[in-house]
Design a protein around this ligand. Structure first.
Ligand code: 13P
Ligand code: SF4
Length: 305
């Protein structure tokens, strides 16, 4: 069977079975092509709150499927690949953050959406990379405890200098691998290219960039820019999607090592199997977790909109 034939089967099945397929922008091209909606974490969360179909298949990582379940608890939510976790989301747990909260009782706990549903239950508000600066500015407290990503936290702190931040040492292992030397080498190879990076990159990388933003932010910036060449400092799929979408421009990954194995765990066969009722992971959560975690995500949508 060809890729196209498999995609056609999937498109027929999802209609028949009333399933909405959501895909994060880090998914492979063949997955993005069969999705009902593709976007960054913020756009996926907003979309999840208004899905009309009875079931949602999330092609992304576990915290994204959990977000859909929290926002639409009556729906059947399936994570396309049970091995697709996010290592950053699993770095900090309720026990650790409860003890940190005791040390800083008057701080608002801002959780990057890349956290588990359990951890969200004890946080005040969620943010995504595209909404973090705006939301932190709107929070009615000058003291911010930002978890778990210290690189995103540092980026937000620099944009909101009037507030006081406490950061912990968490982060994305994929983006954190990139250093100054990668940027220097990429610029040497492509001297006319602009450098666009995700705020999960280290501060030394962010400082060398021409633009810093979420996956969607990077894509929009490159699409709308009059420039013709771009070095893309985030998961390698973004450079690939941009190359398809803007064939008259040139996109170079900042490093070939920018591959998130978890985001890449989902294949078309996984999607097909999930639609046939086999494989995947059905997201189950108790009512209390949904109720408490929803407050944190609802607050993000309220402040971010
Ligand atoms: P976005 O908020 O840009 O979608 O980022 C999600 C993510 O996991 C980045 O590593
Ligand atoms: Fe998690 Fe990093 Fe992969 Fe994003 S790129 S899903 S933060 S491990």
């Amino acid at each position: 069977m060809t890729v196209r034939e498999m995609q056609e089967k999937i498109l027929r099945l999802k209609k028949e079975k009333d399933v909405c397929i959501l895909a994060h922008s880090y998914q492979a091209r063949e997955i993005v092509e069969i999705a009902d909606f593709t976007g960054d974490s913020y756009a996926l969360s907003v979309k999840a709150a208004g899905v009309k179909q009875k079931s949602v298949l999330m092609c992304g990582v576990r915290f994204m499927a959990q977000t859909v379940k929290i926002l639409s608890p009556e729906k059947r939510v399936i994570l396309s690949s049970p091995v697709a976790g996010c290592p950053m989301a699993e770095q900090m747990d309720v026990e650790l953050i409860s003890s940190v909260k005791e040390m800083y009782p008057d701080y608002t706990v801002v959780a990057y959406i890349n956290t588990t549903a359990e951890l969200k239950t004890i946080c005040d508000v969620c943010v995504t990379s595209s909404s973090a600066v705006d939301i932190v500015k709107k929070i009615d407290n000058d003291k911010i405890l930002f978890i778990p990503d210290c690189n995103l936290g540092d980026f937000v702190r620099k944009q909101v200098p009037e507030k006081e931040f406490k950061l912990l040492q968490g982060g994305c292992p994929v983006h954190a691998k990139i250093g100054r030397e990668h940027v220097r080498q990429a610029k040497e190879l492509h001297p006319n290219a602009l450098v666009l990076v995700h705020p999960e990159c280290q501060p030394e990388v962010v400082e060398m960039a021409d633009y810093v933003g979420s996956t969607s932010g990077i894509m929009k910036y490159a699409e709308n820019s009059p420039e013709k060449e771009f070095i893309i400092g985030t998961e390698i799929s973004i450079a690939e999607h941009l190359q398809y979408d803007c064939p008259d421009k040139k996109f170079y990954p900042l490093s070939k090592g920018l591959v998130c194995q978890n985001m890449k765990a989902t294949t078309l066969v996984d999607v097909y199997n999930c639609l046939m009722g086999k494989g995947g992971e059905v997201i189950e959560m108790d009512e209390q977790t949904i109720k408490l975690a929803a407050k944190c995500i609802d607050k993000m949508i309220e402040l971010g909109g």
